[in-house]
Design a protein around this ligand. Structure first.
Ligand code: ADP
Ligand code: MG
Ligand code: ZN
Length: 495
């Protein structure tokens, strides 16, 4: 029997507001800030302290929901989710349950030949918990656990998909698209290693073709695309093996052990009634009217899928369009370069610009561990450089050097080419003279070539390029060399 995987993802998105969800404490980077310096009676859960709703967080929630094609509810209600955990000082989390902020959305994923629509069940607002830090200091063998409440009360948006995902790769594509949308909207830094975007994967398997949904298991706290993919792959294998040996799957919550590539049992799954949800008595219902919704909609930037479609229409490959649209800053960098390229005479086309960015520029950026906006390369310099190559004023391998130098110094390519003496020789007389000299110095090799050892042609080509310090126009060298060899062959025939 063959099995298919059924996957639904929950995403927890920290929102980059200035202040927390229900108090005025600042939101800080919890990986670098001094612990417990941004805490007040509200987020520390002191009795009698009253929460109030962060308007900006609600606006971000609405913006994201609209980008995910969701219906925004006119009235949503905050609810208390009661449970005990040391990082939750109130003993409950304020979340939304029966009436979430938005529901019934979708996003399309996959490439342009093969798309799937993944439906979004709901989007709701809640608050993050504090952070527990377990150390081995203190009395052995137990060590100590420390609590940092800087993160307690930070606005979180939870995005819950329908179980529409069918493979680990599709789960990663969905997660990447979500990541793209959130960073385009500039509501989340996208730094997954800092935990600002975390996924939970719900996984079940069933006989291929069955319509029944089997019991799922949930893998918590997945902080990278790699962990998401590997943990789902692992879990699918586990469940298939279990079904094959007639075991039953129980609804469970699992953790992911990245170093051993295994899931770890955490607890048998609690059900929603275990949380004793009830409407938060300290907060009024949240009302979103059309005016508010429309004014938020009017701030919506172009989203990744629109950029992708635009880039395809410029003649880029599906891959290039996807890579260049994956981050808003890269997409905007490319777009300005295309605009400046079209103003050049002759114009520099989008395709070579895309090639230069995705190959040479990306490798410089990756080596430096920087992002595109941290590198000092005005688009006009990139376009001018491509122009220099196309017009034969420098050759492609020199141009790679020039690109590196431009990123270092911020100078224009014309100046760098002149400074480094990388002008390309298009001077036919010099090239012909050099070719003749190289042939004359190597009579044996000429004989071998004429006797049919064709590979010697490339050796001669290398010799001529070397003799001209690599600065001559390779196309001209090639044709000149071909002509000279034809001539030699003709001469030999007439000897
Ligand atoms: P909870 O809040 O208890 O985790 P939800 O009903 O909100 O439960 O569902 C959580 C996630 O589990 C959703 O993303 C949903 O698509 C997914 N899901 C539900 N049933 C299944 C199933 N049988 N197999 C895989 N995923 C499922
Ligand atoms: Mg869940
Ligand atoms: Zn506070």
């Amino acid at each position: 029997m063959s099995y298919e995987a059924i996957i639904g993802l929950e995403a927890h998105v920290e929102l980059n507001t200035n202040s927390k969800m229900f108090c005025s404490c600042r939101v800080v980077d919890s990986t670098t800030s001094e612990p417990n310096c941004h805490v007040c009676p509200v987020c520390a859960g002191m009795p009698g302290a009253l929460p109030s709703i962060n308007k900006r967080a609600v606006e971000i929630g609405i913006l994201v929901s609209l980008a995910l094609n969701c219906k925004i509810e006119d009235v949503s209600v905050f609810a208390r989710k009661n449970y005990f955990y040391p990082d939750l000082p109130k003993g409950y989390q304020i979340s939304q349950y029966e009436k979430p902020l938005a529901s019934n959305g979708y996003i399309n994923i996959g490439d342009d030949h093969n798309t799937s629509k993944i439906h979004i069940r709901r989007v709701h607002l809640e608050e993050d918990t504090g952070k527990l830090v377990h150390t081995n200091d203190g009395e052995k063998p137990r060590g100590v656990s420390l609590i940092d409440l800087n993160r307690a009360g930070v606005p979180l948006l939870e995005i819950v998909s329908e179980p529409d995902i069918r493979s680990p790769l599709e789960a990663v594509n969905y997660a990447k698209e979500l990541h793209s949308v959130l960073t385009y909207l500039e509501v989340n830094s996208g730094d997954m290693e800092k935990g600002v975007l975390r996924f939970e994967a719900n996984v079940s398997v069933r006989a291929t073709g069955s319509k029944h949904l089997n019991t799922r298991r949930e893998i918590k706290n997945l902080n990278s695309f790699k962990a998401l993919q590997r943990s789902i792959e692992y879990e699918i294998k586990q469940q298939v093996t279990a079904y094959k040996s007639n075991e039953t799957i129980l609804q469970e919550t699992l953790g992911w052990d990245e170093s051993n590539g295994k899931t770890i049992f955490q607890r048998s799954k609690e059900h929603s009634h275990d949380y004793r949800y009830f409407p938060e008595p300290d907060l009024p219902p949240l009302i979103v009217n059309d005016n508010w919704k429309n004014s938020i909609l009017s701030t919506m930037p172009q989203l990744p899928h629109t950029k992708r479609a635009h880039f395809l229409s410029l003649g880029l490959t599906d891959y290039d369009a996807r890579v260049l649209a994956s981050q808003r800053k890269i997409a905007e960098y490319f777009e300005l370069a295309v605009k400046l390229g079209s103003d050049k005479n002759p114009p520099v086309l989008p395709k070579p610009i895309a090639n230069w960015i995705t190959t040479h520029l990306f490798s410089i950026i990756n080596e430096a561990g920087k992002s595109i906006d941290q590198i000092d390369l005005p688009q006009i310099h990139l376009v001018s450089l491509i122009n220099l190559v196309h017009s034969g004023r420098t050759n492609a391998s020199s141009a790679k050097l020039v690109l590196r130098e431009m990123c270092k110094t911020g100078e224009s390519p014309e100046i760098i080419v002149a400074q480094l003496g990388l002008q390309q020789t298009n001077d036919q007389v010099t090239i012909t003279k050099t070719v003749d000299k190289v042939l004359a110095n190597n009579p044996d090799q000429v004989t071998n070539l004429l006797d049919g050892k064709d590979s010697i042609f490339n050796w001669f080509f290398g010799q001529v390029m070397q003799a001209m310090d690599g600065k001559s126009n390779p196309d001209l060298v090639r044709t000149t060399l071909q002509d000279a060899i034809k001539k030699a062959s003709y001469n030999r025939g007439t000897e």
